[in-house]
Design a protein around this ligand. Structure first.
Ligand code: AMP
Length: 220
């Protein structure tokens, strides 16, 4: 059994990060830190964080580092026991990547691997218009390839299925531009450290998952 570690799942919006993450959590029992999900919950709950983040999330731009970084730092510090971390949607900037590298070491769960779901824009655009999500538990569906068993209702928790506001085509295009301009550099940061496992994000989910699970080793 490997020691405590942090795994990053990385890629453009619609690459399938959340879908792969839910399988990894099922099989490896990671502590899951998904900053987009944390921000959406905060916005829905109209908390102070939610009010600060709302305008950025709605337009598809990045929430400032000084808002996002402390959330992740705090979650890592507050996680008790021996659990490993799975990060989804974080880091998206070099300062975030630097902070994660240090914080992960500090809590004894160093960044071990970055799974890069390399996915072309056409695939992303096609997928995101079909993407739906559970309002309660955040489970992700695709109306074509992975529909819920009962229309409009989450298979897992029975919550209502909805389309994220930022999954509308115009905002998706902005998010893709933001990924190119601000986030792609993060890959180089991890390449320089030899941590990247690159996966073709256009492959069927089960096929890419098999490669990812194998690379992470024994199920804990
Ligand atoms: P996601 O669910 O990962 O696609 O994130 C949805 C939105 O939340 C993004 O378009 C950003 O506005 C914001 N967000 C999520 N994670 C981050 C992050 N690490 N840094 C800055 N903004 C973020």
């Amino acid at each position: 059994m490997s020691g405590r570690r942090s795994i990053v799942i990385f890629g453009p919006p619609g690459a399938g990060k959340g879908t792969q993450a839910s399988r990894l959590i099922r099989d490896f029992g990671f502590e899951y830190i998904a900053t987009g999900e944390i921000l959406r919950q905060a916005i829905a709950g109209d908390t102070e964080l939610g009010r600060r983040a709302k305008g950025y999330v709605e337009t598809g731009s990045l929430v400032p580092d000084e808002v996002v970084i402390p959330i992740v730092e705090e979650r890592m510090r507050a996680t008790r026991g021996n659990r490993s971390f799975l990060l989804d949607g974080f880091p998206r900037t070099i300062p975030q990547a630097e902070m994660l590298f240090e914080a992960a070491k500090r809590v004894g769960a160093p960044v071990e691997k970055v799974v890069y779901l390399n996915t072309p824009d056409e695939v992303v655009l096609e997928r995101l218009t079909q993407r739906r999500q559970c309002r309660l538990c955040g489970a992700v569906y695709n109306l074509v390839t992975m529909p819920p068993k009962e229309s409009g209702k989450c298979d897992g928790c029975g919550g209502r299925i909805y389309q994220r506001d930022d999954d509308k085509e115009e905002t998706v295009r902005t998010r893709l531009k933001v990924f190119e301009a601000q986030t792609r550099d993060v890959m180089q940061f991890y390449r320089d450290r030899g941590l990247v496992l690159e996966i073709d994000g256009a492959l069927p989910v089960e096929q890419s998952y098999a490669t990812i699970a194998e690379s992470l080793g024994e199920v804990q």
